[in-house]
Design a protein around this ligand. Structure first.
Ligand SMILES: [Zn+2]
Length: 424
């Protein structure tokens, strides 16, 4: 059934105009809402407006706007305005996105019309559509919305303008400005909408952390080592970490003063680190409370690299597994837990032997689990400092370790450095 057919069916069952229903369905589809859910939402919209007396619109404060509302009137200060080009019904359309706030709170908005919104101004929004986005209400401003500038100075507790630090960014943020140092950048060819396109991809840093970025319109200003202010970026998730997207509408300005970037991974408490939603190159310290199954001498599928059990890959069936070493250690610091994932090299260090040693060990004991058991004995209950990249998803937080050291080793390194300084 086409969207048109769905609109036809729904409009006739509700006894309302089909064009309007179709417009609503299209908007929801744009947000990736499955058609059945979209129809249910539209149906609810119409029954809500009936029960509130034929579409009378409530005036609400921002915090009171809920996903049960279909439309609202509200007065709020514009915090940020991001501009973005999206694919809509096969056409390119420019939309404006950001946040508005009043005394009660803040809310995201998407504007399908150019109302020339400016950060800092206070506007009365009449007949704004309310949509649900990942469980939260969001305002949608379209051709039926009225935007009126008002003189009110609202007492809001948010900063106007969209400036943000890397550690506070989350997927879904838009209209954001960052001041960062470009740590790493490379040119890439991708297969985009319009065939082969060149993009830049790399890593940005500031005092709070490091995040990957993509520049969809390669700019020469974004070269390694330069410090820049980038205005109007949006944030998406990329491999579990928030990623900064620099678009055709973003502006890049070189900064005279270099942006400071902590050169070793920034220290975090585990709870705070998870709160960032994912971060490149950070450091946590905690106790190893357990070593999870799938650690020690493991087997991987030669085709996809997944860890396999009893010679069976979930995607490739029976395969000749390849041996590897890995540790999944649960680290706890009292504020939260992460699974630290140690690669072959680091695992060999904590095990005290390489892959051949592990195979030998397993052969002697006629049990592959002895490798994990030995690692368990040597690390569980001890405190480690772990540096690496943190990803967070529904299944938990993983820290892909680049360094895994005990505190006593740290002390040793410190002692030898002090000694060297004295000798010099
Ligand atoms: Zn496989």
């Amino acid at each position: 059934m086409s969207l048109d057919d769905h609109a036809e069916e729904l409009a006739s069952s509700l006894g309302v105009d089909k064009t309007e229903v179709k417009g609503k369905l299209e908007n929801l589809e744009q947000y990736g809402v499955p058609i059945d859910e979209a129809k249910e939402t539209v149906r609810r919209n119409y029954s809500d407006s009936e029960s509130t007396g034929g579409g009378e619109i409530a005036t609400k404060s921002v915090a009171d706007v809920s996903t049960a509302d279909s439309r609202v009137d509200t007065t709020a200060t514009v915090l940020s305005v991001g501009k973005r080009s999206i694919q809509y019904n096969g056409d390119q359309q420019v939309i404006f996105e950001g946040e508005v706030a009043d005394q009660s709170g803040k809310i995201s908005y998407t504007s399908w019309e150019d109302f020339d919104l400016q950060p800092g101004e206070t506007v009365h929004l009449g007949n704004a559509d309310v949509r649900e986005w990942e469980g939260h209400p969001e305002l949608n401003l379209g051709d039926s919305t009225s935007v009126e500038r008002v003189e009110d100075d609202l007492d809001i507790e948010y900063e106007v303008g969209g400036d943000a630090r890397l550690a506070t960014l989350e997927p879904g943020d838009r209209g954001v400005n960052v001041e960062v140092q470009v740590l790493d950048v490379e040119e890439k060819q991708i297969n985009g909408r319009d065939g082969e396109t060149e993009i830049l991809s790399g890593v940005l840093g500031d005092e709070t952390g490091r995040l990957p970025f993509t520049d969809w319109e390669p700019r020469s200003e974004l070269s390694a080592g330069t410090s820049v202010r980038i205005e109007d970026v949006f944030i998406r998730e990329f491999r579990g970490v928030p990623s900064v997207n620099v678009s055709e509408f973003s502006t890049v300005e070189a900064l005279e003063t270099p942006v400071e970037v902590a050169d070793s991974g920034t220290q975090y408490q585990i709870g705070d680190a998870i709160e960032t939603g994912g971060m490149f190159d950070l450091e946590v310290t905690g106790n190893v409370v357990a070593v999870r199954d799938g650690s020690g001498l493991i087997e991987r599928c030669p085709d996809c690299g997944r860890v396999i059990q009893s010679g069976q890959c979930r995607s490739h069936g029976a395969v000749d597994g390849e041996d590897d070493l890995r540790v999944k250690a649960i680290l706890d610091d009292g504020t939260g837990t992460v699974t630290a994932i140690l690669d072959e090299e680091i695992t060999a260090e904590v095990y005290g032997g390489d892959l051949d040693d592990a195979r030998e060990h397993a052969r002697e004991e006629m049990d592959r689990e002895v490798v994990a058991d030995s690692i368990r004995d040597s690390i569980v209950g001890r405190e480690f400092r772990v540096r690496g990249t943190l990803t967070v998803d529904d299944y938990g937080a993983n820290l892909e370790a680049t360094e895994f050291t005990t505190h006593s080793e740290d002390a040793k390194t410190r002692a030898s450095r002090l000694l060297t300084e004295v000798e010099a």
